[in-house]
Ligand binder design. Structure first.
Ligand SMILES: [Zn+2]
Length: 282
């Protein structure tokens, strides 16, 4: 996961802008909900910071009126997402991340905003900036309308969870004579990791099906570097792979110690079979 800084946007400003062009009969209703939206944002942010989003069940019940709930979710879909809508400037701003890379998977392009807590179940959070995370379409679909039922079921939130200072993502090269060798990924949180955080990291990895995604991309990367490795001798290959591992690990914004390429190069640099000729099989 790639950490992101918390968006510097006021919930009140975003909400007011989004509802600014609503039809008068909807706008009156939405204006009456403004303070409830701001209060919900405060509650959400405190819970996200404390990794307690699973404790917000009461917030899901608000507001009770069905028409209010519909107008709040419409505020995202009709008043923020469309290019000609009043709040589109914020939609575009929130989607803008370095190299367009989805922070949830760290590989695919950002295509949308994912609601950390789904708008259908938490309508008051429909356009709250801190609940809107840039995401690729695939990650967005995989998470769907999941709501954490326990602390361990919270996927990592890029604005609040920076877990790049310890390595928990590892890769392993599986050699085989009979079938194409492959690279597999797994999670192994450090021994002194907080147990809830460790469970969340595993949950995030499973929810977004990162083992499959990283395995496929790892294979592609090995295919891409095969020609280059061929012109080096074994010592040169070992040095190159170790330097790649080190340089990726230094790039904290891109995932640092948990970048899928860091784990890949670490596995390759430590594999004598690969260095001494196995690389040619990819
Ligand atoms: Zn993604």
């Amino acid at each position: 996961m790639r950490p992101l800084s918390v968006p510097n946007l006021s919930t009140r400003t975003v909400y007011r802008t989004c509802i600014g062009m609503a039809l008068p009969r909807h706008r009156t209703r939405l204006e009456a909900l403004e303070q409830a939206v701001v209060d919900a944002a405060d509650e959400f942010e405190a819970a996200a910071e404390a990794a307690k989003l699973h404790e917000l069940q009461e917030l899901a019940k608000k507001p009770t009126d069905a028409a209010d709930r519909t107008q709040l979710t419409n505020t995202y879909t009709s008043r923020m997402v469309p290019e000609d809508s009043a709040g589109n400037e914020f939609y575009t701003l929130l989607k803008r991340v370095r190299h367009k890379i989805c922070p949830l998977c760290g590989i695919r392009d950002v295509a949308t905003l994912d609601h950390q807590l789904p708008k259908k179940k938490f309508p008051l959070l429909s356009v709250v900036p801190t609940n809107l995370v840039p995401a690729c379409g695939h990650c967005n679909r995989l998470k769907g309308e999941d709501v954490p039922k326990s602390a361990a079921e919270q996927t990592l939130h890029p604005y609040y969870d920076d877990v790049t200072d310890q390595q928990w993502l590892f890769a392993r090269l599986n050699e085989s004579e009979s079938r194409p060798p492959e690279i597999t990924y797994s999670i192994s949180p450090p021994g002194d990791a907080d147990s809830v955080l460790a469970a969340r990291i595993v949950h995030h990895f499973q929810t977004f099906q990162l083992a499959e995604l990283y395995g496929a991309n790892g294979g592609r990367e090995m295919s891409n570097i095969r020609g280059f490795l061929r012109i080096l001798d074994a010592a040169g290959r070992a040095t190159y792979l170790a330097k790649m591992e080190h340089s990726v690990a230094m790039d904290k914004d891109a995932g640092g110690l948990n970048h899928w390429r860091k784990a890949l190069y670490q596995a390759l640099a430590g594999n004598s079979w690969y260095i001494n000729g196995g690389f040619a099989q990819f």
